[in-house]
Design a binder for this molecule. Structure first.
Ligand SMILES: CC(C)(COP(=O)(O)OP(=O)(O)OC[C@H]1O[C@@H](n2cnc3c(N)ncnc32)[C@H](O)[C@@H]1OP(=O)(O)O)[C@@H](O)C(=O)NCCC(=O)NCCS
Length: 204
């Protein structure tokens, strides 16, 4: 089942593989582990295809003690990073698996982070994007982000400029976003264990 949930340590290997494919300067596995385990400000999300493993024999009898969920195998379809500090929510990363692009799932990840930012009571969402990354810019403008400035030579690999983009959040946006969210859920049939869930506790 397609599931939106907080990123876990067990997801990092797959996330890093997608990251390497998607970015010129990918994050290290260590950075992801830090974001998931140790950062109080970080709300990392994954969209995963989850398959419940068949559990047989005596292990079946342990299922009620494991929350009734059994064991899961997850294929990561997309992921994103959201830092939240007081009024600001900052989208630190977003990507979808190359074989799953163009199906509306990057939109699900972005919409989830906007929704999470709203439930965290952030006042605005910001992000940086390469000036050449038209696909991502289209996705952001679809959700009302607009360019507020340019950071010259922001990307170290080729000195490319970044656009600073921003979306202001208002309580009165909620009904329209909720409606859009329900339409995405109806289209893709995912369960949402992220946008209104508690962040798993950090390890100090
Ligand atoms: C950016 C990214 C996350 C988009 O994910 P995706 O799953 O392909 O996107 P979706 O199918 O959900 O499309 C959502 C919107 O993105 C834009 N978009 C997607 N593919 C596009 C394309 N080939 N050309 C132009 N715009 C495109 C459109 O606005 C689209 O909405 P629409 O279908 O109503 O036109 C994905 O392309 C990716 O992982 N890219 C590499 C990493 C990256 O650049 N991240 C952004 C860093 S700032």
């Amino acid at each position: 089942m397609l599931t939106l949930r907080y990123m876990q340590i067990g997801d990092v290997t797959q996330v890093v593989a997608i990251d390497k494919y998607s970015f010129e300067t990918p994050w290290s596995a260590r950075s992801y582990v830090y974001e998931v385990k140790n950062s109080n400000y970080s709300h990392m999300v994954v969209l995963a295809l989850e398959e419940e493993k068949r559990v047989s024999g005596w292990r079946r009898w342990l299922r009620p003690f494991n929350g009734g969920n059994g064991a899961h195998r997850s294929q990561i379809i997309g992921y994103g990073g959201l830092w939240h500090l007081v009024d600001e929510a900052h989208i630190s990363t977003i990507a979808t698996h190359p074989q799953w692009r163009g199906r509306g799932l990057g939109e699900v990840v972005l919409a989830a982070m906007i929704r999470r930012a709203l439930t965290l009571n952030a006042a605005y969402v910001v992000l940086e994007v390469r000036v050449s990354n038209i696909v991502a810019q289209n996705l952001y403008t679809k959700y009302g982000f607009y360019v507020v400035g340019t950071k010259a030579g922001y990307y170290r690999d080729n000195d490319e400029d970044a656009y600073d983009m921003r979306l202001n959040l208002h309580r009165d946006m909620r009904p329209a976003l909720d409606e859009r969210w329900r339409a995405l859920q109806a289209k893709h049939g995912f369960r949402d264990l992220y946008t209104e869930s508690q962040r798993p506790p950090v390890v100090p």
